[in-house]
Design a binder for this molecule. Sequence first.
Ligand code: MG
Length: 280
Amino acid sequence: MFDLAKKKAFVCDLDGTLFMGAKPIASAVKFVIDGTVSGRFRFFYLTNNTSKCPEEYMAKIAGADIPVTPEQILTPLITLEAYIREKGYKSVYLLASAKVKAHMSERLADAGVSFEYDPERNELIALTYDKELTYAKLADATALWNMRNTPPSPMCPVRTANGTPVDFVATHPDNCCPSERGPIPDVGGMLKFLEATNSMRPSHVFGKPSPTLLAPVLARFAPEEIAVVGDRLYTDKAIADNAGVDFVCVLSGETTRDDLARYKGTPPAIVVDTFDKVDR
Ligand SMILES: [Mg+2]
């Protein structure tokens, strides 16, 4: 049973939960502002959307009059940065918008990481929600994989001198991004495009439902004090389940009551039309 009195921290999804595209969901946003200003709850903002930099999310949240600080923003770009550092990669073919590429270059400047396409040097292909994705980028990514990760064959006569297989990761698994015009392609769709071309598959997919992103919240609050709030069962509910915290399902985005009726897993702790309805 969902007990609001026990909750101290809400990890909020953005698209479909607090915003619909660029537009704030007014009642949900008011609940967050009131809870922040009164100090009743601590809010974190979890997004799988790597088409934007964390600073852009801060601006989006602040633009809805919600007081926010950088440590409240949780995005898979943080996990990607940690992964590159942990592996010691110096040459990454990053499929990302120019802004996100500049952000990652700046974040990893101290580690001397290059993010350009370089078939001889690239150690990693990293796919983000690249809204500037082009056929040339997709062709380069698949060609890199063909030349480095498949056995020599008449189908791929060109080989690189560097015979080491290239690693491949994606920032998140979402198939589509909700918009006022309905679902539009996201990383999941791009992964299917690549897989259909030459069977290339990522070694890791960060973001929801991987609970790694909740580490900063779990370090400060007990699991029973935390709830994840979101509109998607396969990402938002999954990260809550994987982290062992309650899930508040909002019907302001992707999931419908019909979806919930068909859902085979454990039900959400609570289902509400919009986030503010948890306080009733
Ligand atoms: Mg959402």
